[in-house]
Design a protein around this ligand. Structure first.
Ligand SMILES: [Zn+2]
Length: 291
């Protein structure tokens, strides 16, 4: 089970970019737009936290890129939940709050690989960081200690759009991300035990961008994100309705981990509840379960 998160890839730009690996994945599964839930701003912090916890910003309490008041310990990230079932996990990201204490993180409570100091606004440094992450992820995914669940974050497209707007360099950065996705997919498919393993791959972005670069508002270009997935755990018919929170729910389901059932009104992943995980449920559901 692998989730590849690519930051800030606008849905209409993605359609114009040459991304053969993502296209092939979509042909085996689906690639669909998803609206960033109106309970959260179109920003990296709330969107990624929603995707990996399965609950919405009023519950995980991440409303922007300041994570200092997060409630992820009470509503854990999906990798932490997977490890609680005795399975190994892996995370790597060049954006520090996902895997380190920067800005009040980490979103992944167990941390993960952070290759360098924050590459900041340096586009070349982001390419290096994303390459380093891809190489390390492939090393781990190829080996005997391959994790049951991995989250691999690629950040170059978002920084390109912020620095240069939605133009040729942004498209190139999306296409380079597709090459990195290809390396990850090739590594998985080259595993000697691949035929016996039931892999699910999810690829997703957190938000779009304005033409001039930037996000956080409510325009369709910012609010429209997307999710792609393929693999053994997918429903036979591609889902018509998706939420970003479904990424966490589907990840757990793909690994055979039961999602706590609903226990009454209001316990819906949208409103804060108590810390007992049997007393609240995810807002996210497995792919197809909304239809
Ligand atoms: Zn972002």
């Amino acid at each position: 089970m692998v989730v590849v998160g690519i930051d800030g890839v606008r849905f209409d730009t993605l359609a114009s970019a040459r991304t053969p690996r993502l296209d092939a994945l979509a042909a085996k599964g689906f690639l669909r737009p998803v609206q960033v839930n109106p309970d959260g701003a179109t920003m990296s912090g709330p969107s990624w936290t929603t995707m990996v916890t399965g609950v919405l910003p009023p519950v995980h309490n991440v409303f922007d890129n300041d994570f200092t008041r997060h409630r992820i310990a009470e509503y854990p990230d999906v990798l932490t939940r997977v490890r609680a079932h005795g399975l190994a996990t892996y995370a790597a990201a060049g954006w520090p709050p996902l895997v380190s204490a920067a800005s009040g993180g980490p979103v992944f409570l167990g941390g993960g690989l952070l290759p360098n100091d924050d590459p900041g606004h340096d586009l070349a440094a982001w390419d290096t960081t994303d390459d380093t992450i891809t190489a390390d992820a492939c090393r781990v995914l190829a080996g005997p200690d391959c994790p049951a669940a991995a989250f691999i974050y690629l950040g170059a497209p978002d920084v390109n759009a912020h620095e240069l707007g939605v133009g040729p360099a942004y498209v190139t950065s999306i296409e380079r991300s597709d090459l990195r996705l290809g390396r990850i997919l090739d590594t998985i498919e080259a595993r000697g035990s691949y035929a016996e393993e039931e892999w699910t791959v999810i690829v997703a972005t957190d938000h779009g961008h304005l033409d001039e670069g930037g996000h956080g508002g409510d325009s369709p270009e910012e609010r429209t994100a997307w999710i792609a997935a393929a693999g053994a755990s997918l429903p036979p018919v591609p889902p018509a309705t998706l939420e970003q929170a479904d990424v966490a729910a589907h990840t757990l389901t793909a690994l055979g981990i039961a999602i706590a059932p609903a226990v009454g009104g209001g316990h819906d992943g949208r409103s804060p509840q108590g810390p007992d995980p049997t007393q609240w449920r995810l807002y996210g559901v497995p792919f197809g379960a909304r239809d």
